[in-house]
Write a protein that binds this ligand. Structure first.
Ligand SMILES: Cc1ncc(C[n+]2csc(CCOP(=O)(O)OP(=O)(O)O)c2C)c(N)n1
Length: 410
């Protein structure tokens, strides 16, 4: 007899038939809406199950559907569909742009659009997201100008950051979008700290921390969780479980042993698990979480269960580590198709209007992209003034930097 060690392996590798038989999802509509003051202990069922609203036919069912109410709902859903389509169009165009050498790097969020698009709409002005590189849908849904979005990807004169960040690492304080960090995990620490400051300074703003399933293995995630559990600041701790962390499946970060939401319970933080491909479920769960957090009931963990359809980034070949057909086999479907079907069932949308909508949105995106490309891309760079490197750090520029700027003649 010898001691043992465990090496987790995914259920399917390239060439295998995709296998999600280990994934047990409850039917839509079975979970109730808990009170805002729910404790961690009381949240166990929510942390192990899955909040779902849309059924297979695209109808909204159950208490979380009722929780959304009817007032303004159809307009919000139509807007949500538009936002998701715009996000998807940007993803498609930027993949091409990177392949053409117009930018160095892009990360698609295809398949995960519902999470950012529905979440953002429940926030108030002054709330702050601490996103990863895969939450650009928060920006899109906040009405961030396409001009600034593309400017950042191409690092041209429309880049609000003047080329000082990697393409895809946006920063947009006025849109509640804290500067993205390339170092995974740090956003959690900062979001918790920001929420503590919001409470200490007497605002009624909340923050939202974002992390991927893989990055929950980072130390920063755990220190942020302890701090949030102890001080109970107004923070929503989001874990986007899209099943893959580049070539590592979610089991490598502990996802086979327990759900990511149930870890929140272990820390003493009430936690819920939600179908991230169900726009209505995302909307309802976020409505509940923002009310709870803003209402002074402390932090909440949300695990969004989804699937990363695209490769990790434009530098990654996903076919090297997972079956090509895995995304299509994802049991919880595609967020755009599901919301589309729901709106058709409501009599608010049709296949023909959808086709037309997709084309119109793609046209808008292409027009904005071309306008941006005229100002320079990595293929035809139009260099920014060197004086830009001196700006944006100090409110009052120190003397020695003023002298350096003069020496550069900038
Ligand atoms: C601290 C740190 N370690 C490693 C990396 C390299 N890295 C970039 S993305 C990534 C995978 C992240 O996966 P996940 O958290 O699941 O998010 P996803 O990309 O799937 O959205 C890794 C390991 C990094 N950027 N920062």
């Amino acid at each position: 007899m010898s001691v043992k060690i465990n090496f987790p392996t995914p259920s399917a590798r390239p060439g295998d038939i995709p296998d999600f038989s280990n994934y047990k999802f409850p039917d839509p509509g079975v979970l109730s809406v808990p009170p805002l003051e729910m404790t961690a202990e009381e949240s166990r069922e929510y942390a192990n199950s899955l909040i779902r609203v849309l059924d297979k036919e695209g109808n909204a069912v159950g208490p979380w559907s009722d929780y959304l109410g009817e007032e303004g709902l159809e307009d919000a859903l139509l807007q949500g569909l538009r936002d998701m389509l715009q996000m998807r169009a940007i993803d498609a165009r930027m993949l091409n742009a990177q392949r053409q050498g117009k930018t160095t790097f892009y990360l698609q969020c295809t398949g995960e659009e519902a999470i950012g698009c529905a979440f953002q709409k429940q926030l108030h002005p002054g709330d702050m997201n601490f996103p990863t590189y895969r939450q650009q849908s928060l920006l899109v849904a906040s009405g961030y100008p396409l001009k600034s979005l593309f400017g950042q990807y191409y690092q041209n004169e429309n880049d609000p950051l003047s080329g000082r960040q990697l393409p895809t690492l946006h920063s947009a304080k006025d849109y509640g979008f804290f500067t993205i960090s390339g170092n995974l995990g740090t956003q959690y620490v900062q979001a918790v700290g920001w929420a503590m400051a919001a409470a200490l300074t007497g605002t009624d703003n909340i923050s939202a921390a974002w992390i991927g399933d893989g990055a929950t293995a980072s130390n920063d995630y755990h220190s942020a969780m302890v701090t949030a559990a102890v001080y109970k600041p107004p923070v929503i701790l989001n874990v986007v479980n899209n099943q893959w962390a580049i070539s590592s499946f979610s089991g490598i970060a502990g996802g086979s042993a327990s759900t990511f939401a149930s870890r929140g319970v272990g820390y003493g933080i009430p936690s819920i698990r939600v179908d991230g491909n169900d726009f209505l479920a995302v909307m309802a769960a976020t409505k509940w979480a923002t009310k709870r957090t803003r209402g002074g009931f402390g932090p909440v963990v949300i695990e969004w269960v989804t699937y990363r359809v695209a490769a990790h980034s434009t530098s990654d070949d996903a076919s090297a580590y997972r079956p090509k057909e895995e995304a299509e086999a994802w049991p919880l479907g595609d967020p755009v198709e599901r919301l589309k079907q729901h709106l058709i069932n409501r009599g608010k949308w049709s296949e023909a209007r959808h086709k037309q909508g997709v084309a119109e949105i793609m046209d808008e995106v292409i027009t904005a992209q071309k306008e941006s490309e005229a100002l320079g891309t990595f293929l035809n760079p139009q260099y920014l003034s060197p004086s830009a490197i001196f700006e944006g750090v100090y409110e009052e520029m120190p003397e020695h930097l003023k002298r350096q700027r003069q020496d550069m003649g900038a």
